[in-house]
Design a protein. Structure first.
Length: 53
Protein backbone atom coordinates (compact mmCIF):
# COMPACT_ATOMS: atom_id res chain seq x y z
CA UNK A 1 0.00 0.00 0.00
CA UNK A 2 1.45 3.42 -0.91
CA UNK A 3 2.00 6.13 1.70
CA UNK A 4 -1.01 8.35 2.35
CA UNK A 5 -0.06 11.90 1.27
CA UNK A 6 -1.32 13.46 4.49
CA UNK A 7 0.43 16.83 4.02
CA UNK A 8 -2.59 18.32 2.24
CA UNK A 9 -4.87 17.18 5.07
CA UNK A 10 -2.54 18.50 7.78
CA UNK A 11 -2.26 21.91 6.13
CA UNK A 12 -6.02 22.35 6.60
CA UNK A 13 -6.84 20.35 9.73
CA UNK A 14 -3.97 21.26 12.08
CA UNK A 15 -4.25 25.07 11.71
CA UNK A 16 -8.04 24.87 12.17
CA UNK A 17 -7.59 22.71 15.28
CA UNK A 18 -4.93 25.07 16.68
CA UNK A 19 -7.07 28.20 16.08
CA UNK A 20 -9.92 26.55 17.99
CA UNK A 21 -7.67 26.33 21.05
CA UNK A 22 -5.89 29.70 20.67
CA UNK A 23 -5.72 31.98 17.63
CA UNK A 24 -2.03 32.68 18.38
CA UNK A 25 -1.01 29.07 17.65
CA UNK A 26 0.65 28.63 14.26
CA UNK A 27 1.55 25.30 12.65
CA UNK A 28 4.59 24.31 10.62
CA UNK A 29 5.08 21.02 8.81
CA UNK A 30 8.51 19.54 9.55
CA UNK A 31 8.13 16.29 7.62
CA UNK A 32 5.00 14.73 6.18
CA UNK A 33 4.26 12.54 3.14
CA UNK A 34 4.73 13.17 0.32
CA UNK A 35 7.46 15.59 1.50
CA UNK A 36 9.27 13.49 4.11
CA UNK A 37 12.81 14.15 5.26
CA UNK A 38 14.94 11.00 5.78
CA UNK A 39 15.81 10.37 9.42
CA UNK A 40 12.82 12.29 10.79
CA UNK A 41 9.52 10.98 12.15
CA UNK A 42 7.00 9.89 9.50
CA UNK A 43 4.67 12.82 10.20
CA UNK A 44 6.09 15.70 12.22
CA UNK A 45 4.51 19.09 12.90
CA UNK A 46 5.50 22.05 15.07
CA UNK A 47 2.90 24.10 16.94
CA UNK A 48 4.14 27.59 17.85
CA UNK A 49 2.45 29.93 20.30
CA UNK A 50 3.14 33.42 18.98
CA UNK A 51 3.53 36.24 21.47
CA UNK A 52 1.04 39.07 21.36
CA UNK A 53 2.51 42.13 19.63
Amino acid sequence: MPEFPCLSVGLVEFPAFARTIDIRIKTVCLSCPPETIPGTPYCSWKFILEEEG
